[in-house]
Design a protein around this ligand. Structure first.
Ligand code: ADP
Ligand code: MG
Length: 240
């Protein structure tokens, strides 16, 4: 295996007697933007949570940045996850929401201020740092949730349908911002969505999940032009 990025080998997940992930091999190179797509209930969130360490891995191996992290603590994987529901603390300011994990880690005050201000700059939140989440728009709240990940400077960002609660216009805008963010940070990103347009526009590589396996992976246009089976064709392929 390469020594950077995210690499899964023979990864399986059972919930009780139910096989959700039946054997997944995948490689996301360092700095790549990977997108997992697939129907509702196919295990996209489960696979992402396994990479984050929020779910145990039943079988197989997960390697991140050259280390076997299959059974590592979530805090020790160099990953940060951005959830679909923003999970912001309503009683805390934008600044404190973004500072939260750094305060937990007992980072020095000056470092916290610097990191939060830098993230706020990238996310155009500088003028909103004293506000409470309720005073923000949906898009701004989502940016705060992303800011909470950025301050931790992870090797890998994990996004679970981060835009699905936003209206169509805002989704388009946030999509552009995510692409910009990926360029600016140069970090590895793994992004779960059931939105075909998001997948096509954001991904370097799309992984189509179904039935517990990766059905096909490749560059968006390759999947679009040459889907390997009817399922992939129906999901992402050109209508032919
Ligand atoms: P997706 O994100 O693709 O919609 P999920 O990963 O959320 O799919 O779920 C995949 C399957 O695993 C579903 O059938 C779901 O009901 C099941 N599942 C997810 N989490 C649990 C859990 N904690 N216990 C039992 N079954 C679960
Ligand atoms: Mg999900």
């Amino acid at each position: 295996m390469e020594d950077t990025g995210v690499h899964l080998r023979g990864v399986k997940k059972k919930f009780g007697a139910i096989d959700v992930i039946r054997g997944v091999d995948l490689d996301v190179g360092k700095g790549q933007f990977a997108v997992f797509v697939g129907p509702s209930g196919c295990g996209k969130s489960t696979l992402l949570r396994m990479i984050a360490g929020l779910e145990d891995t039943t079988e197989g191996k997960i390697e991140i940045s050259g280390r076997d992290v299959t059974h590592a603590d979530p805090a020790d994987r160099g990953v940060a996850m951005v959830f679909q529901s923003y999970a912001l603390y309503p009683h805390l300011s934008v600044f404190e929401n973004m500072a939260f994990s750094l305060r937990l880690a007992k980072r020095p005050k000056a470092e916290i201020t610097e990191k939060v201000r830098a993230a706020a700059g990238i996310l155009q939140l500088v003028d909103h740092l004293d506000k409470k989440p309720a005073q923000l728009s949906g898009g701004q709240r989502q940016r705060v949730a992303i800011g909470r990940a950025i301050v931790r400077a992870p090797d890998v960002f994990l996004f679970d349908e981060p835009l699905s609660n936003l209206d169509a216009e805002l989704r388009v805008q946030m999509r552009l911002e995510l692409a910009r963010l990926h360029k600016a940070l140069g970090a590895t990103m793994i992004y779960v969505t059931h939105d075909q347009v998001e997948a096509m526009t954001l991904a370097d590589t799309i992984f189509v999940l179904q039935g517990g396996y990766v059905q096909q992976s490749g560059a968006p246009l390759d999947l679009y032009d040459d889907p390997s089976n009817r399922f992939v064709a129906g999901f992402i392929g050109s209508p032919s």
